[in-house]
Design a protein around this ligand. Structure first.
Ligand SMILES: [Zn+2]
Length: 164
């Protein structure tokens, strides 16, 4: 299994320049889309990648431990190199997980501020907001997801063919 440092090195030196070149020359994307792509790919490289299935083993008192902390339950759910290391499906599990984390955070915030609102009401309000957000930010969200998928692709291929 390649070390985290190898994944980071390969992503920064190969995946990022190639991804930007593809966006710039093949799809003629503008600077906003390219920036969103790069930021998402950086987040994918350092945090939101298939190795989140190891989050529970990261030393808690480190920067990585801090960034991985919200994903410890994710690593309880997915055994190492299982579903989290499968193309598209693995990416989808992480996107859904993040959405659930955001929902949970917002839910707690609501419980503390408006104790009378039930979870069903809150869920329907957030679902409406989420659908509205998806509708009005399609390009942005598609870029973010494509970037996560692209980063995961590099990760999975490297896991398969590099053993140090
Ligand atoms: Zn891996």
């Amino acid at each position: 299994m390649p070390k985290t440092k190898t994944h980071i090195k390969i992503n920064i030196t190969l995946a990022m320049p190639l991804g930007v070149a593809i966006l710039f020359f093949a799809t003629k994307s503008n600077i906003t889309i390219i920036s969103i792509f790069l930021l998402s790919l950086l987040y994918n490289t350092f945090v939101l990648n298939p190795d989140l299935d190891l989050a529970r083993y990261i030393k808690p008192l480190s920067l990585r431990g801090f960034l991985y902390f919200p994903f410890i339950p994710y690593s309880w759910l997915f055994r190492h190199r299982g579903l989290s290391h499968s193309l598209i499906l693995g990416t989808i599990t992480r996107v859904i997980y993040i959405l659930l984390l955001i929902f949970f955070g917002l839910y707690l915030w609501n419980v503390f501020n408006y104790a009378s609102i039930g979870i069903r009401e809150i869920s329907s309000i957030y679902l409406k907001h989420l659908l509205w957000f998806i509708k009005s930010n399609k390009d942005l969200l598609l870029t973010v997801f494509a970037s996560f998928f692209y980063g995961d692709l590099w990760h999975i291929v490297l896991d398969k063919y590099n053993t140090n």
